[in-house]
Design a protein around this ligand. Structure first.
Ligand code: TPP
Length: 179
């Protein structure tokens, strides 16, 4: 299984949900279907901590964190905080090519966790995360099929700082429209 196929499934269900992406390769596939409520290239290990804060502060919205095993392992303490506050609207998807991240989540006290090894299992776990209350931790064991063969230039098709401002504007607009 490769990360691009799983990401396509996540993006097909996303429907504008706020999303924060860690610094790994997932950014490129997500940028191809850019949506306003996306924060790209968050430094490790802050994608999930920021998504947690956002999920707690914006409970009417499903909030998605996209992580690599490297970036989640840089700050695994956040899993305990998630287990403590239990935000039902938080979904964490981890692309793992090394560590047993699900065990880390279970040890922290998370209940809705899955590790998936093929695309069918990934699609069903992702779909469950989008329909059943969270917090969710879905770990996809991935191979290197979709890794670029050449080192690509380190840039996304948008300016990451500008994408942060677009997120801020879109979030404020949505919240003031509801008042
Ligand atoms: C604080 C910090 N240190 C170092 C980096 C540089 N960096 C960017 S991506 C990355 C590896 C991330 O690994 P992983 O989360 O497993 O993602 P993958 O390489 O599988 O896409 C590193 C170390 C960073 N973004 N932030």
């Amino acid at each position: 299984m490769n990360r691009t196929d799983v990401l396509r499934h996540i993006m097909s269900l996303r429907n504008g949900d706020p999303m924060i992406i860690g610094p790994g390769l997932a950014n490129y596939a997500i940028a191809e279907a850019d949506e306003p409520l996306t924060i790209y290239n968050m430094d490790m290990p802050y994608a999930t901590p920021m998504a947690l804060g956002m999920a707690l502060g914006w409970s009417t919205r499903r909030v998605i964190s996209i992580e690599g095993d490297g970036s989640l392992l840089a700050g695994p303490g956040v899993l305990s905080t998630i287990a403590r506050y239990q935000p039902k609207n938080l979904l964490i998807f981890v692309f793992d090519n090394g560590t047993d991240i699900e065990q880390l989540g279970r040890a922290a006290g998370l209940k809705n966790t899955r590790t998936v090894h093929d695309l069918d299992a990934a699609k069903s776990a992702v779909s469950a995360a989008f329909t059943e209350p969270g917090p969710w931790l879905v770990v996809a064991k991935i191979d290197k099929q979709d890794r670029p063969t050449e080192r690509r230039p380190h840039s996304l098709p948008m300016y990451v700082y500008e994408a942060g401002l677009i997120f801020h504007r879109a979030a404020l607009q949505e919240r003031s429209a509801k008042k």
